[in-house]
Design a protein around this ligand. Structure first.
Ligand SMILES: [Fe+2]
Length: 286
């Protein structure tokens, strides 16, 4: 087909129209403090292994300004449209971050974990994935995504770039009424046998109106169950009679919370009463 010649007024594109960085500049932005300048707390609480590091980044506000420039997925809009390009169920805004920008950060985090004997992985065996989360005043929930979940990766490190000490990450357990047995994750329940598993899923249906995604399917995988109430006001979830909170990590400015993602946890964020947003860079070990 022959295109008709049309005269467009195409804007010029110059070098100045891009955000550019040299490798050294990027390394400065993602530089982690020396270990002696940090305050590090490693804990095992009810089997949950976590590490809290205060004063982690050397230039946290420069990192924040750098990250703000990435395009963000508006999760509220995507949830309603039932399509997500970042592929997660988390609320607020999410920015997928190309790994190449964070090569130096990943190396430093690995080194810190190694020095602290927090993780035993060899550097070459680790693959990182990066994204950010921004939770803001008035943020809404979708299908009750304030409820506890487990992550599809092994460890998550959240670096907080706003002062959000009143918010944080909460960890939950579920106690079977009949046996008094505590469960800390989906896989705990899945491997506990039919009776305990059914008691748990019945609880999800009763308390949070969880539904099986496809009622026709024989596949009763709990992971495919979800509440289906759609868009709703965000709930500041600190646990209830079903999910009891046993640990809390505050999202203090320039701190890092690192924990095992296969334990039930959720973001505790008071969207109604907060004065400002909670911004974090998340580094996950796949
Ligand atoms: Fe998570």
């Amino acid at each position: 087909m022959k295109l008709k010649k049309t005269i467009f007024d195409i804007p010029e594109l110059e070098l100045e129209n891009f955000s550019t960085y040299s490798t050294k500049e990027l390394m400065a932005i993602t530089e982690v403090n020396k270990i002696e300048d940090m305050e590090i707390d490693i804990k095992i609480v009810e089997g949950l292994k976590s590490m809290k590091v205060h004063n982690i980044m050397k230039r946290p506000l420069e990192l924040r300004d750098f990250m703000r420039n990435f395009p963000a997925e508006n999760k509220e809009k995507s949830s309603i449209e039932e399509l997500s390009f970042s592929g997660s169920k988390s609320p607020g805004l999410q920015q997928p971050i190309e790994r190449a920008f964070m090569t130096f950060l990943g190396y430093q985090l690995w080194h810190l974990c190694k020095q602290m004997r927090f993780l035993k992985y060899r550097e070459k065996d680790i693959r990182w994935k990066y994204y950010s989360n921004f939770y803001y005043k008035g943020m809404r929930s979708y299908n009750k995504n304030f409820l506890p979940h487990v992550d599809p990766f092994s460890y998550a490190a959240n670096i907080f770039l706003t002062e959000s000490e009143q918010h944080g990450t909460s960890f939950f357990k579920y106690t079977d009424k009949e046996t008094g047995r505590d469960f800390y994750s989906m896989s705990d329940v899945m491997s506990a046998g039919d009776k305990l598993r059914t008691a748990y899923t019945d609880g999800l249906k009763e308390n949070y109106q969880y539904q099986v995604s496809d009622p026709e399917s024989d596949d009763k995988v709990i992971g495919q169950m979800t509440p289906k109430n759609g868009d709703d006001e965000w709930t500041h979830f600190e646990g209830d009679h079903f999910y009891k909170r046993y640990y809390f990590m505050p999202s203090t400015f320039n701190s890092m919370s690192m924990y095992r993602g296969n334990r039930w946890h959720s973001a505790t964020f008071d969207a109604k009463n907060t004065k400002s947003g909670r911004y974090s860079l998340v580094a996950c070990i796949l």
